[in-house]
Design a protein. Sequence first.
Length: 580
Amino acid sequence: MSSPVDKIKEKITIEDLISSYIKLEKAGTNYKGRCPFHNEKTPSFFVAPEKGFYYCFGCGVKGDIFTFIQEFEGLDFKGALKILAEKAGVELTYEKSEVKDERDRLYSVMEAATIFFQSLLTPNSEAHTYLKNRGLEDKTISDWRLGFAPDSWRDLLQSLEKRGFTSLEMEKAGLIKKTDNATYDRFRGRVIFPIFDSAGRVVGFSGRILKKDADVAKYLNSPDTPLFNKSEILYGFDKAKNAIKKLNYSILVEGQMDLLMSHQAGIVNTVASSGTALTAKHLMMLKRLSNRVMMAFDPDTAGMKAAMRAWKLGLATGMEVKIAQLPEGYDPADLILKKKEQWLNVLKDSKHIIDFLLSKIKLEIKDKRQMVLAVRDQVLPFIALINSDIEKAHYIKIVSQEIDFREEAIWEDLKKIPKERIEDLESDAGLALHRVSTIDKNILRRDGIEKRVCGLVMWQESKKEPVIEIGKVKERLISVIGEDHWKIYSEANDSNKSDIIFQAEVFFDGHNHLPRETEILLMELEMEVINKESDLIMRKLSQSEKGGEVSTEEDKLKLLDKFNSLSRKKQQLKENQQKL
């Protein structure tokens, strides 16, 4: 019987899937394009239809349709499986015989909470009236699954308990709070906006208070949970991603109402940061779909401060940043409600960040000397963040013309400006950036293979009649990754172990040649370990020429001997791989 993975692979070719995300060109029997996982000018990302995998010679990422969706969409395996099953029209009927995975339970409790909140948003309720007064139509309210949390302490808790969920599960999902004296609902007396992941699953909530209360936050978001991380989730991304790819630009707004009204007005390539600080992860999600982003933030003082930081982050991540300037006193939601056509004009008249800043300075400052100083202090730091030297030169020329100053002098001032790092820009908001460098990608590649082999071994150990020789495979696996790495998987908590086994079972159940598949994976894993050791030796030898820690000729010879030994092992592995 074919596994869900096999059925999906039969219906979705890797070239068709990836070409729906990035532009691919024919290159012999393969396809090539610019890698979506790192910045590059010359295409080094190849897709091999016959083998069903992709590989980037620039950053080393490699995988099949499942790993592509996982990395591109920022999902776990089950989320990628859900998306691909829907694309392929494959029904997922798989049910595990073991205890249901913790993440599955958390997704289930979030879905149950969403249904509970939706049921309380009745047509005659105060919450429904509020949403209608803000301009939302019934279809929008329904499509986005908006709801209402009653102003009571335990209604949600009691409802979910009746459905078989535990208070521990509710707490882990961020639905309730516990103190020494009480357990109570986190969201009370609020309009509820469910927040979805890239696969369309509810992972968190944002609640807008209905009653005016100076002691209560206007908006309350879910805390970080195993499902929800505010630095990685953009509101509306699941519904906007296809339009962003098609139109080749995204529109970024701040709040849920801004987004909902924009989508309702037909601008469906809009996403929102949901009132949380924008991060480079958010922007990288958008950049994978399109390098162009249009930002429309509130023009008040707080909004401008957030906007300035967001603009810099956008440039620092290599994006083309345009500014949609809102009229004073309006946010996008209010503007769409009262002057819909003007919202469309605001988007149409958007300007590149440098052009926007220059126009703003010219409008506000008439004294030439003060204008020159303002350009130096306010515009050049943004130009310094632009990655392309050609684009920098283009804007230096424009600045020169606008302030009637020599380009050479502007270049000299530009050199004096320290380029702000992404990490520093994010630290302003107390957020850390998780950036993936080339080396990090190689580590992820090894970890992916390692996880799959370990999952396969643990899955086979749980079967009465294993298909592989578990003892031999485990012994060889440990000899490659080490005992400590094996313990990370074998001694993991039940939830994580269950997830690893599930992934292996879905991938390999139904394969007729599992021993061969296992051998291939072990060879790939060993090759990754050898490559890492070889790279480390070469770096040490290179550093030794500059006075590094390897200083004596004897030490250098030892490193060279080890490198040659690894090279021989690598060659032998390649020969063995060709025989399979």
